[in-house]
Design a protein around this ligand. Structure first.
Ligand code: ASP
Ligand code: MG
Length: 473
């Protein structure tokens, strides 16, 4: 029998009575194959957004929607408890605990409204309530289904710094505490059911690991126990070759390497939180993505980048993704040639607007630097650049700073590209043949991906064309 498994259920996987029934079944099956099982849960779908919106409105003095929020939270959690916790005493107990958390939301929002502001720390206390409710619900329904289970908040053992809303765990302390709290339960055959997304500082202030962070929680817990595997149970079969809304032949990849998924996560694939990868990779733990709603599907397995024989397995090109609603910003001028520091100042100006840059290119003529930013931030970035380069623009060392209309960044991912000459040739011939014009190109030195920029109207054609290369390779 295998040893320790950490399974994480996302928001939709615990978001309804039917989803919870599937989750129970998956946990029951896992218990047959694994000696020790830990379950990590997200908040029920939609709940974290609702909590954050309530706190944000409260900070503007608006509390009128609070009673509607209260009822909708009650309804969502209570409906599941009513349907799935048959034991009346247990059912009433869990509903009372959830109700107390809902009442604390109301108190917190009223306090925020009086103060007229919500600090990051207050936001985390509010945002944590979703997982603190769902963990109680899930433990109660699993227990009621005859599987010994116990809710435990990860604030008791995931110890983080005080970087509220994006906290970082202290792995040493977390290791000791996690083992101390979870092992005794598992020794007794109990499945600990714990909260994703949240932790606490060593002083006990509640923190969150960033939006979508419960995948990361599962990785942290898996790494420190250590577990043998971490499963991310979500609402899709796994990582796909591309977006099935664009290409209906898109397929689930049975395997993908850590460095490939890192490129995909960065380029907008929503399947796995990017921070999940590091802890499991470092600890050498297996990671699997699977579908709560299609449990017999094998899902996608994460594999080390290169097999022990040094070979990269499988297809050269594995996946194609598109990030839409970007604009390319170009800084151009003959006066930039050989002048050090232009790029540093340009990206300093971009950073001062809080914008992160998904793609950068500079030709060796050094007469222009070009990079992408999300469309809605383009005008802010432009003004910031014009301000920092006011002198150079006046002296005509820089001719202009300008932004395109909306474009998309298309990324082709596959670790095999590194050892296979001619891949980019195939990529660009295919696009040329299909009439797609390429505006800019970037290839990371990792050679695991090639990104190219196309006009918004060409997005679907570009993705379709490149997906044909996967099928053909
Ligand atoms: N509930 C949190 C969020 O919505 C964490 C998660 O679901 O991963 O961001
Ligand atoms: Mg998620």
């Amino acid at each position: 029998m295998s040893k320790t498994l950490v399974m994480k259920f996302g928001g939709t996987s615990v978001g309804s009575v039917d989803a919870l029934k599937n989750a129970i079944q998956i946990i029951r099956n896992a218990k047959k194959d694994w000696e020790r099982v830990v379950v990590v849960t997200s908040a029920m779908s939609g709940v974290t957004n609702l909590l954050i919106d309530s706190a944000a409105s409260a900070s503007q003095g608006k509390v009128d929607s609070l009673s509607a929020t209260e009822s909708s939270l009650r309804e969502k959690h209570f409906a599941a408890a009513d349907a799935l916790v048959k034991d009346e005493a247990q059912r009433e107990a869990v509903k009372a605990e959830i109700d107390a958390l809902i009442l604390s939301l109301v108190d917190l929002c009223k306090a925020i409204a009086i103060l007229g502001e919500a600090s990051p720390r207050a936001m985390d206390t509010v945002a944590s309530l979703g997982e603190r409710m769902s963990v109680r619900l899930l433990a109660a329904v699993v227990h009621d289904a005859g599987i010994p289970a116990q809710a435990i908040e990860s604030t008791e053992f995931v110890v983080t710094n005080a970087h509220f809303q994006n906290a970082h765990p202290d792995f040493n302390v977390t290791t000791e505490k996690t083992r101390g709290k979870l092992n005794p339960l598992m020794d007794k055959g109990i499945v600990p059911i714990t909260t994703g997304f949240i932790g606490a500082t060593s002083e006990g202030a509640i923190t969150t690991l960033g939006r979508g962070g419960s995948d990361y929680s599962a990785a942290i817990i898996g790494a420190v126990l250590p577990a043998d595997e971490v499963w991310i149970c979500t609402d899709v079969d796994g990582v796909m070759t591309t977006d099935p809304r664009i290409v209906k032949e898109a397929q689930t990849l049975p395997e993908i390497s850590y460095n490939e998924i890192a490129e995909l996560a960065y380029y907008g694939a929503k399947v796995l939180h990017p921070k999940t990868i590091r802890p499991v990779l470092d600890a050498g733990i297996g990671l699997r993505i699977c579908n709560t709603f299609n449990p017999s599907h094998p899902g996608t397995r994460l594999i080390p980048s290169v097999k022990s024989n040094g070979k990269v397995e499988g297809k050269v090109i594995k996946a194609v993704t598109a990030i839409r609603k970007q604009r390319l910003i170009t800084i151009e001028g003959r006066g930039m040639l050989g002048v050090p520091g232009v790029a540093a100042r340009a990206f300093g100006a971009v950073a001062s607007t809080g914008t992160s840059v998904p793609l950068i290119t500079q030709a060796s003529s050094e007469q222009s630097i070009c990079f992408a930013v999300p469309s809605e931030l383009a005008s802010t970035v432009l003004s910031s650049l014009e301000k920092s380069f006011a002198r150079e623009i006046e002296d005509e060392d820089i001719d202009r700073v300008w932004a395109t209309e909306d474009v998309s960044i298309i990324t082709v991912v596959g670790a095999g590209m590194r050892h296979t000459p001619g891949v980019s040739g195939r990529v660009f011939s295919k696009l040329g043949n299909d009439g797609v014009n390429v505006l800019a190109i970037a290839q990371g030195s990792s050679e695991v991906s090639i990104s190219l920029v196309v006009e918004a109207d060409d997005t679907e054609n570009a993705v379709k064309a490149l997906h044909e290369l996967i099928v053909a390779s």
